[in-house]
Write a protein that binds this ligand. Sequence first.
Ligand code: ZN
Length: 150
Amino acid sequence: MSGLRSNRAWFLELEAEYSVSHLQFLERSSNRELERILRAKKNTTAGNKGKIRCLACGHILTNEQERQSVDGAHIHTFSNPHGIVYIIACYGDVPGCTYIGSETEHWTWFEGYVWQIALCAGCRIHIGWAFRQSDDRFHGLVRNRLCFDH
Ligand SMILES: [Zn+2]
């Protein structure tokens, strides 16, 4: 989170809901403070019920309607070839993520599926993986990197 571009993004999001005088107040606030205010506001807005966000930056990734069971479970625990254990939760569409690298079937956790690394589109932290078998596609998101609006 740095520079004018991210500040501008926060203002655009806030513009619709805050008065001009409030915006003038926010203009004097630091980036960090803006972030805190926006996150606090979102967390208390009833309309955001069910939203699933990146814990690091608050960016909306997906929502509870996209929750899926894969091989009979929503939550899975896997380890990668380096022995790092991940607890992942499965969701269909995750519009708030972006992808990096090529699809591969190497060490796949779901038989027959290729995978690709998924990043948070807000802060580009590693948030999980997209899994695909022809047209069947879902995401496994790292459980402790998510934040849930209730
Ligand atoms: Zn993020």
